[in-house]
Ligand binder design. Structure first.
Ligand code: G16
Length: 550
């Protein structure tokens, strides 16, 4: 068996979005589609390693969320890796790794980098989505420079270098040889679980489960299941059945593994029952997102980040304090208020976990979070669903307070950020571009005017200068901020695979936390009207309401 050179033709538009290359499975299964992307990545990694190290002769981590095409893609990538001089691949058994676990393995084993196969929260199956992304040696998503270099390479690629060896057994733990390359099939949970043990008070949690604390974690038939089962039920002694939908299925059993109240409605229903567990949570396809739910009480991701910041000192891994915190721009300012009160630096970055990487690497922040149900810390360089679940359970145990009580305390101390995101999915791309262009054109004239009864203080297209490397990212979302600091943000999703998705983020600060009558959609109505007046969403999209409101 040997490496061979195979002629190929470039594909148009293999440009990665917010988080790697995501397309329909039918696109990924075209001959050479995946191969071209991976070969381009390997070419770039062999040519331009910033630290002078090339990929050849190094160790790569490989695994995915188990969705349809995962197993086939793993074999393809292994052969390309062998053909491109990779010395060793650490492969999760069955081709399985959650996204945060890949990050943990890269860091713990000092691998050169890793490849994650996932389309995250997007649906799976033969008609669903597939995705691939590269994580660098810090364990985090590739930066924009590398991503652009790979894209440029895909557009001129003419040759693949791949082994013609037979498939290896990806379900057998241990060492196998693929030409000159070693494939080490490892337990996908072990390294990750070791990291969690270092951060949380497992004895405290064991005691709490022994005393009858009840948790329901919905893994949505996705990759978080084996991790949650091993740690919660295996190690911490939570009763069997604590983790539901725990078996990763190729089509997620038809679920849309996006943990929000709409897609995780079964969890929400369980948490509203008279016999509801004490704590509920759901994770997404690759287990990097989380939604936290108390009894009859859903925690918004923005509040979750603020609350974790406020109470981090109760968690062993963070007891010495936080260096700072960061949130993506569309995430609510709840964490800003907590950080200010604690005297902590707080950074506002564009959407996309990769933007937190430099801040974490440089020791500027310890916790980060996003409105899109992502929270994480410097323990890895990805957001981490199960980490967030363990953080919250540890917090409930250490404080002796319920989820709802903790959030209400936060609101009493800092006021409440009433928040909602309205998504308009599968809009024709030209219409979405027209809408954004219209908004951009109107921006300079807005500050100081009153539109739809709202007094506008500032309107801009968010740009970010990375405080560590000075790189500038333009056009990261349109912000319209009112004189009372309420705001509407408009952004096109970077993770969809069908047309364009417009996201409208609505936020209003309510200082009076005693108001229990605030229903978000009603309280945010003036901002919805402002968004419509500014963006003409109905006319341009032909949709009279959002596809999803969370
Ligand atoms: C990815 C990024 C997240 C980001 C999200 C935004 O999430 O990793 O940091 O918040 O995309 O998605 P969109 O561009 O659709 O708003 P994931 O979980 O899909 O990898």
């Amino acid at each position: 068996m040997a490496s061979q050179t195979i002629p190929t033709e470039p594909f148009a538009g293999q440009r990665p979005g917010t988080s790697g290359l995501r397309k329909k499975v039918t696109v990924f299964t075209q001959p050479h589609y995946l191969e071209n992307f991976v070969q381009s990545l390997f070419d770039v990694l062999n040519a331009t390693a910033a630290d002078g190290r090339a990929l050849s002769g190094q160790t790569l981590v490989l695994g995915g969320d188990g969705r349809f095409h995962n197993r086939v893609a793993v074999q393809t990538i292994l052969k390309l890796a062998a053909g491109n001089g990779v010395a060793r691949v650490l492969l999760g058994r069955g081709g399985i790794f959650s996204t945060p676990a890949v990050s943990a393995v890269i860091r713990r084993r000092q691998a050169f980098g890793g490849i994650v196969l996932s389309a995250s929260h997007n649906p799976g199956g033969p008609d669903g989505d597939f995705g691939i992304k590269y994580n660098a040696g810090n364990g985090g998503p590739a930066n924009e420079t590398l991503t652009e270099a790979v894209y440029a390479r895909t557009q001129g690629l003419r040759e693949l270098r791949s082994s013609d060896a037979p498939d290896i057994d990806i379900d057998r733990l241990g060492l196998q040889q693929l030409d000159d390359m070693v494939v080490e099939v490892i337990d996908p949970v072990a390294d990750y679980a070791a990291v969690m043990r270092e951060l949380f008070d497992f004895d405290l949690l064991r005691g709490m489960f022994q005393r009858g604390f009840r948790v329901r974690v919905d893994a949505m038939n996705a990759v978080g299941g084996p991790y949650a089962k091993a740690i919660l039920e295996g190690e911490l002694g939570a009763p069997a059945g604590t983790v539901v939908n725990a078996e990763p299925l190729e089509d997620f059993g038809g679920l849309h593994p996006d943990p929000n109240p709409v897609n995780a409605e079964d969890l929400i229903a369980h948490m509203q029952r008279p016999d509801a567990p004490d704590f509920g949570a759901a994770m997404d396809g690759d287990a990097d997102r989380n939604m936290v739910v108390g009894r009859n009480f859903v925690v918004s991701p923005s509040d979750s980040l603020a609350l974790m910041t406020a109470h981090a000192g109760l968690i062993p891994g963070y007891k010495d304090g936080l260096l700072g915190v960061a949130r993506s721009m569309p995430t609510s300012a709840a964490v800003d208020r907590v950080a200010k009160a604690m005297g902590l630096p707080c950074f506002e970055t564009p959407t996309g976990w990769k933007f937190f990487g430099n801040l974490l690497d440089d020791g500027k922040v310890t916790l980060c979070g996003e409105e899109s149900y992502g929270t994480g810390s410097d323990h890895v360089r990805e957001k981490d669903g199960l980490w967030a679940v363990l953080f919250w359970i540890n917090l409930v145990a250490a404080s002796g307070k319920s989820v709802e009580a903790l959030v209400r305390e936060l609101w009493t101390a800092h006021g409440r950020c009433v928040y909602s995101r309205h998504d308009y999915e599968a809009i024709p791309t030209d219409k979405a571009d027209t809408l954004m262009a219209g908004l951009r054109a109107a921006l300079p004239s807005l500050p100081g005017t009153t539109v739809a009864g709202c007094a506008i203080a500032l309107a801009d297209d968010f740009a970010y200068t990375d405080p560590v490397d000075g790189s500038v990212s333009q056009k990261q979302g349109i912000r319209v901020i009112l004189t009372d600091r309420s705001r509407v943000v408009f952004r096109l999703s970077g993770t969809g695979t069908e047309g364009a998705t417009l996201r409208v983020y609505l936020e209003r600060h309510e200082p009076d936390a005693t108001r229990h009558d605030l229903e978000a959609q009603t309280a945010l109505q003036p901002l919805v009207a402002l968004a419509e007046t500014l963006a003409h969403i109905r006319t341009l999209t032909n949709m009279d309401k959002p596809t999803v409101m969370t």
